[in-house]
Design a protein around this ligand. Structure first.
Ligand code: ADP
Ligand code: MG
Length: 512
């Protein structure tokens, strides 16, 4: 009996499994060489010739245009890791690939896929718990946050400046938006602008928006400005705005124009009476009103994007008002400075000063490629610091955590009954891929490195730490190489999820 159309393709059983495993491993292999401080970058060229140069696992996979269904699941590992915790995408995908390799081996040894899945699940739970035992004691202070940021950015393209020199601004940004409830990650924006060296990257205590003033002759820079945000048009006085004029003579026309002028003047006066220095209007602004306000040195922005209006309000403490008549003194915000700078487009910088609830990292770099990659590195730094500050938990980097978790799993495996035990051991072996890859990327022999690392971990805490040009087996914490615990836990979870999902598939039916 045929239930499938002639065009559909079907692979089943071991063939399907083998094909899926190969596809997943190939994806992992493609990002593995970027892992760690000595990881290499990839250059990706799109159909249309656009070039992206990056070290970021999620970006590589996003740009790769992968369409094998199993391979796509590994791409999703990177996506979910990026979404949940930001950093650790390459770790997650590399681990998922290695879990698949181990799975392949277990199949060859005639272990049933269901057994492997159960064993992997058990190992995942134990591994996530074992991360707890690696958490470094102590408060997360400014120094630890700086270490977290530096670790997250090491090995990324930072346009010739060191991660250390950028870490200060990033840590400031995170601390600036930290409240009792945690770090308001959404309150940290990143704006990029090529055309200057990466060293010119700075933290703006407020917002940067692509907006130009309503008029060319507007003031371009204000200090200690009172700021209004109006979510309406600024072109008609309420309420008798729609008065119609029956014009039948020259005099009547003059009269009508005069009345209109007066009406707008009154309206302008009403705005001036509010004593506002900068006005962000989401709607239209009447030309005559704009000209009159500009003469009085009011900086007016019209057709302001609604997101910009919201962030200006957040940066200055202004309320977003829907009707000019409703403005009251305390609806205005305050800015230390409002200034327009011209790049390819005009950018307005609104710096709220001490009261600001939102900050922007203004990322500079020589070229677009440099700024784009620097932005990704900075994003990793911000995300990692946010996770560390929010959870208060950091773990040693440089492969030390993976080694410790693997050791814990090997111990745990002894108490696991049945063939699942083999899967738990395989999971532990899979974790070794992180220190092994760090070694390989640093040009060391992975087997020798693993042997050294394991014996060092017998007596203490050790990772394969890169300091300057040297790669040494030392305690990563002592060298300031630390990662957020949540990044490690999430990498274990998302990698296991993808690997076990792929492991369960023994039939691929694709409609053509
Ligand atoms: P991911 O996308 O997984 O974050 P990265 O390329 O950022 O991949 O590499 C992260 C790994 O590099 C982590 O295990 C981290 O501890 C390690 N790492 C960062 N800095 C150093 C260093 N100086 N020495 C050794 N390992 C480091
Ligand atoms: Mg990273």
């Amino acid at each position: 009996m045929f239930v499938l159309s002639e065009d559909s393709e079907r692979t089943s059983g071991e063939d399907a499994q083998a094909a899926n495993i190969d596809a997943g491993k190939a994806v992992a292999e493609s990002v593995r060489t970027t892992l760690g401080p000595r990881g290499m970058d990839k250059m990706l060229v799109s159909d249309s010739g656009d070039v992206v140069i990056t070290n970021d696992g999620a970006t590589i996979l996003e740009e790769m245009d992968i369409d094998h269904p199993a391979a796509k699941m590994l791409v999703e590992v990177a996506e979910s890791q990026a979404e949940d915790v930001g950093d650790g995408t390459t770790t997650a995908v590399t681990l998922a690939g290695e879990l698949l390799s181990q799975f392949e081996q277990l199949l060859e040894d005639d272990i049933h896929p269901t057994t492997v899945v159960q064993g992997y699940k058990q190992a995942e739970r134990a591994a996530v718990e074992a991360v707890d035992d690696t958490v470094v004691d102590g408060e997360i202070d400014e120094e630890t946050l700086t270490e977290i940021v530096t670790t997250a950015m090491t090995g990324k393209g930072t346009g010739g400046v060191t991660p250390e020199s950028l870490a200060g601004d990033i840590v400031d940004a995170v601390q600036r938006v930290e409240t009792e409830a945690g770090v308001d990650r959404d309150a940290i924006s990143i704006a990029t602008q090529p055309g200057s060296s990466a060293g010119a990257t700075e933290l703006i205590e407020g917002v940067i928006a692509e907006e130009s003033a309503a008029r060319d002759d507007s003031p371009r820079s204000l200090t200690d400005a009172s700021v209004g945000v109006l979510d309406a048009d600024l072109d008609q006085a309420e309420p008798d705005v729609d008065a119609e004029w029956q014009v039948s003579s020259r005099e009547q026309l003059d009269e009508a124009l005069q009345a209109e002028r007066e009406r707008l003047e009154e309206f302008t006066q009403a705005v001036l009476d509010l004593d506002v220095d900068a006005l962000f209007v989401t709607g239209d602004v009447n030309e005559q009103v704009a000209a009159a306000l500009t003469r009085e040195d009011v900086l007016v922005f019209d057709s302001v994007d609604s997101d910009t209006a919201r962030s200006v309000a957040k940066a200055t403490g202004a309320a977003q008002i829907g009707d000019l008549d409703d403005f009251e003194a305390d609806d205005f915000g305050a800015a230390d400075s409002v200034r327009i700078e011209s790049f390819d487009d005009d950018l307005v910088f609104v710096e709220g000063g001490d009261a600001t609830e939102t900050v922007t990292l203004f990322v500079r770099g020589g070229t677009g490629h440099v700024t784009d990659e620097l932005e990704r590195a900075i994003r990793d730094g911000v995300d990692a610091a946010t996770e560390a500050a929010d959870t208060g938990e950091i773990v040693p980097g440089a492969g030390a955590t993976e080694l410790a978790v693997a050791a814990a799993l090997r111990e745990e495996a002894a108490s696991v009954e049945g063939r699942e035990q083999l899967a738990v051991e395989a999971f532990a072996d899979a974790l070794d891929v992180i220190p092994r890859t760090l070694a390989q990327n640093a040009g060391q022999d992975p087997i020798d490195a693993l042997v050294d690392l394991r014996s060092a971990n017998e007596t203490g805490r050790a990772g394969l730490v890169q300091t300057g040009e040297d790669t040494e087996v030392v305690d990563p914490v002592g060298e300031g190489v630390v990662d957020p615990a949540s990044v490690k836990r999430e990498a274990i979870r998302s990698a296991t999820e993808a690997a076990t999902m792929l492991a369960r598939i023994d039939d691929v039916i694709s409609a053509e």
